[in-house]
Design a protein. Structure first.
Length: 270
């Protein structure tokens, strides 16, 4: 009672009081803010397991990170920097490129104006060792073809389904139609791996997730990772917070808190 904890739950956290199993709570490390704690678990567990458990990231390899300025993207960049001489390619809109370069992305690519596969081939004709794919659809196919021999594609989302504030049935149909598909025999001749990851379906893997969180807390305490907070919004501005993400303005994590921070409340009063 009274411990400060980080909480992992599939849903139901956009409220003031939540009830979760004790096994899904983790003590916050010394010096961590509540906002950082809210930004840590989902993004960093995902990035860590995708890069290291599936991707087997090692020194001197290259990684393509899509949506590199988002929550998982910024976590993945920081985790790549814990391994020696990893070359990072990152897709994001042009306005975010300076911030990506500062954080360690060697080659930011504007996916809106360029063919990112072509740009990567110019720099690395053989392609890359690991692709993190949160996009789905035809982008998964492009990712597979960008892999070097012994390369690994890890798909962990279908962001191509989300094109705005409302459901777009055409986008859904197009993404479904273009979804990547490959047989075991085809994989055998390609010398490549395809992995699928979804943290939400690992509720029962308490020991596995606990061991990853322990590694992340250790990295945080060493100053090697630090959650990047884009903005903090009170519950009554949830629509604006969602818009920030939908319009792809965020660099880092968008955080919800029950009430506006006190400084902002005072400004509003004045």
């Amino acid at each position: 009672v009274g411990d400060k904890v980080m909480v992992l739950a599939r849903s139901g956290l956009w409220q003031e009081v939540v009830n979760v199993p004790a096994s899904h709570t983790f003590p916050m490390p010394e010096g961590m803010s509540f906002e950082e704690a809210a930004a840590l678990l989902v993004n960093y567990i995902t990035a860590y397991m995708v890069l290291f458990d599936f991707g087997n990231l090692r020194p001197n390899q290259s990684v393509l990170i899509h949506m590199a300025a988002g929550g998982v993207g910024t976590a993945a960049i920081q985790l790549c920097k814990t391994v020696e001489n990893v070359t990072i390619f990152g897709t994001a809109s042009a306005s975010k490129h300076d911030s990506l370069k500062e954080s360690g992305v060697a080659h930011p690519i504007d996916y809106r104006t360029m063919d990112y596969a072509e740009e990567i081939r110019k720099i690395s004709p053989k392609g890359v060792d690991i692709v993190l794919d949160p996009l789905g659809g035809s982008d998964t196919t492009k990712a597979f073809h960008l892999l070097k021999p012994m390369g690994k594609l890890i798909t962990y989302g279908v962001a191509n389904l989300l094109t705005g504030q409302k459901k777009n049935l055409m986008a859904m149909a197009k993404t479904w139609w273009n979804q990547f598909s490959i047989t075991a025999l085809q994989l055998l001749s390609q010398n490549k791996a395809v992995c699928g990851y979804h943290l939400g379906y690992m509720d029962e893997e308490v020991e596995l997730i606990g061991s990853v969180v322990a590694k992340l807390v250790n990295l945080y305490s060493q100053g090697k990772i630090k959650p990047k907070i884009d903005s903090v919004w009170p519950f009554d501005q949830v629509a604006e917070a969602m818009k920030q993400m939908q319009e792809k303005k965020n660099v880092g994590k968008v955080i919800l808190v029950p009430e506006a921070p006190k400084e902002e409340s005072k400004k509003a009063e004045n």
